[in-house]
Design a protein around this ligand. Structure first.
Ligand code: AMP
Ligand code: MG
Length: 325
């Protein structure tokens, strides 16, 4: 299959119309959101949804997030809890927050992996919203990467992973946030974050007025998001973490012969910029740098995870997953 590249800047609305037509015909199409690029199919078309799992090489027991363009579009899917769902939707949508609720039994089980719950999000991206509106139905969309690879933050990444196995990519440039949405499960008491992102526990607690839990990856006593048991976010080259700049500096001196890509926050720039592989660390560029490490055959990625990085839960979570997997 030839994958069509639809450049939104050049083609404008026509690009979105073409993508919508393909989706209506049961094809799968990648599109930008504010977090990462998603790989979309119409929620009701089981055959199309199946194509997503095949193209990504994704296990069937890893459920998909349903993307909608208005709260109205979501409500026919949601059984409970409606009050918390509406409250959070009002405060955080459109935005990088996915809400997991009990569904009404009408969501195809290939979408939910047979669970009684469904994950829903309204993306904060004009192209994503226009596309969903044009299609007129919710779109299921996991990240548009091959399973196990870092999520795509540019259309080029999608092409790298999926060209030839999807109908089209809507290209609207690099994504703003760069890591996946916060996933909040609302069916437990207290509600539980099963994937941290840029919407923080504190922000959620402030709106809900109650405490929110954060699931610990690998904590066997708690049911966590199905996706958490799979290898994610990681480059092929080894990723090693350092908690102090001195430790990192020393290790770099000891490994002077090796080609090492060093990632640290901008405040460490003057300390590490002389190292040949220095890159700024941020949510926005993390996955791109992981892809670069593989493509340009760096021997390792070393990351300075100082206190600030550890406070940025979404960023730190993706780094930990890359390092331990
Ligand atoms: P992605 O493939 O990056 O779009 O990630 C989708 C993630 O959403 C999954 O890996 C799960 O962590 C989460 N998710 C989707 N549906 C559910 C659900 N019903 N319950 C809990 N988490 C879900
Ligand atoms: Mg993913």
């Amino acid at each position: 299959m030839e994958t069509v590249l639809l450049d939104v800047q050049r083609l404008g609305n026509q690009a979105i119309e073409q993508a919508a037509q393909l989706l209506h015909r049961g094809e799968i199409v990648a599109f930008p959101t504010e977090t990462v690029y998603g790989l979309g199919a119409v929620i009701w078309n089981e055959e199309a949804v199946r194509k997503i799992f095949v193209a990504k090489g994704r296990p069937l027991d890893n459920p998909l997030i349903v993307h909608i363009a208005s709260v109205q579009m979501a409500l026919p899917l949601v059984r409970e809890p409606l009050d918390r769902f509406r409250l959070l939707a009002r405060h955080f949508w459109p935005g990088p927050l996915t809400l997991v609720v009990k569904h009404r039994g009408n969501v195809p089980s290939i979408v939910t992996a047979g669970l009684p719950t469904v994950a829903i999000r309204m993306p904060d991206h004009p192209v994503a919203l226009a596309l969903i509106e044009k299609v007129g139905e919710p779109l299921v969309a996991p990240s548009a990467n091959r399973s196990g690879k870092p999520s795509p933050t540019r259309a080029e990444h999608v092409v790298e992973d999926l060209a030839g196995s999807i109908a089209a990519v809507l290209d609207a440039g690099p994504t703003q946030i760069g890591i996946e949405s916060t996933v909040l499960v609302l069916t437990t008491d207290p509600p539980r974050i099963v994937r941290p992102g840029v919407v923080t526990k504190e922000a959620l607690e402030a709106v809900l007025g109650i405490p929110v839990e954060e699931a610990v990856p690998g904590d066997a006593d708690r049911p966590v998001a199905p996706g958490m048991k799979y290898r994610h976010y990681a480059p092929t080259v080894p990723v090693r973490l350092f908690e102090s700049p001195e430790e990192l500096e020393q290790a770099l001196q000891d490994a002077a012969e090796q080609r090492i890509l060093v990632l640290a926050l901008p405040q460490w720039r003057t300390r590490f910029q002389h190292s040949p592989g220095y890159r700024l660390l941020s949510e926005q560029t993390l996955y791109e740098t992981f892809r670069e490490a593989d493509r340009d055959r760096w021997e390792a990625v070393w990351i300075l995870v100082d206190e600030e990085v550890q406070r940025r839960r979404g960023l730190y979570n993706r780094i930990l997953k890359a390092a331990t997997s």
